[in-house]
Design a protein around this ligand. Structure first.
Ligand SMILES: [Cu+2]
Length: 282
């Protein structure tokens, strides 16, 4: 697989056209996206064994070179205030195999997990900062929070607030207490490094779009266990992690910038079929 093919696969995932369209597209990278979407639990002990991250020509590249050896752990939610410490994996440096070898990351970091990444010249993290793609893939977060049991307990959430809290690592404002990370955060930190280990810059690693499509699929699955109650279920403030901001409503609009043409209401964005989107997962 060329880097272009891998980028196409990532773009499809980003555009939420996975599911039916993936199965009917009948091409190599579409099958590969679909395979990954099912497979947190299949590869959680060692993600570098997965077809997505094994460093082969048909992967999205794999482990980084050994690097950042003076950093023994990554802190969640931050290195400054760690509640959970993820042990340094076998990598930490630039990826050395697969289509994204020599790939250039330009934005960030802003809140880096890796202490070895060059700071951004602009405090916003948006300054031009070309550098390599670094990964520290590890099974620690997979073994902790991406097993079948973890996914099942997420899908057994009775209401959306519970689903949100189990997905995100605990109640809003008190996430990661009791050492619980949740499927969403754990999925990010099986990769670590830069920019995947940076909450604000993580979309700069193509892996982001595969992970978030998997999260979308879990949300869709949970909704469709009780679609009349759950498709537009809502909980939480308008600004993540800020309970003092007003509660979000279905009529609030989301501005997605270049990622989507024009504003979209939360109600429309909540459904894969009821608004402008048109996709399901199989
Ligand atoms: Cu995320």
């Amino acid at each position: 697989m060329s880097r272009l093919c891998a980028m196409n696969a990532a773009t499809r995932a980003r555009n939420l056209t996975v599911g039916v369209s993936v199965r009917t597209a009948c091409d190599a990278y579409a099958d590969f996206v679909h395979q990954y979407l099912d497979s947190y639990s299949r590869w959680h002990k060692d993600p570098t064994k997965s077809p997505l991250l094994d460093g082969s020509a048909t992967s999205i590249s794999g482990q980084g070179a050994k690097g950042c050896s003076n950093q023994t752990w990554t802190g969640i939610p931050s290195n400054d205030q760690p509640v959970i410490k993820i042990p340094h994996g076998q990598g930490g440096g630039c990826v050395t195999s697969g289509p994204f070898t020599n790939f250039t990351v330009n934005l960030g970091p802003l809140v880096p997990a890796s202490k070895c990444v060059r700071p951004n010249p602009d405090p916003s993290g948006l300054g031009y900062n070309p550098r390599c793609l670094m990964r520290d893939i590890n099974g620690f977060t997979g073994e902790g929070w991406l097993k079948d049991d973890d996914v099942v307990s997420l899908l057994q959430s009775d209401d959306y607030q519970t689903f949100w809290e189990v997905l995100q690592g605990g109640p809003m404002g008190n996430s990661f207490a009791n050492g619980f990370m949740g499927v969403h955060t754990a999925g990010h930190f099986i990769i670590g490094g830069d920019p995947a280990g940076d909450f604000t810059a993580s979309p700069g690693d193509p892996y982001f779009f595969f992970h978030h499509s998997s999260i979308d699929r879990l949300y869709w699955t949970w909704q469709n266990l009780k679609p009349s109650e759950r498709t537009t279920a809502l909980y939480g403030p308008t600004f993540i992690g800020t309970p003092t901001s007003p509660n979000a409503t279905l009529n609030d609009t989301l501005s997605m910038g270049a990622a989507y043409p024009g504003p979209i209401t939360i109600e429309d964005a909540s459904s894969t079929m009821g608004g402008p989107f048109c996709y399901i997962y199989i």
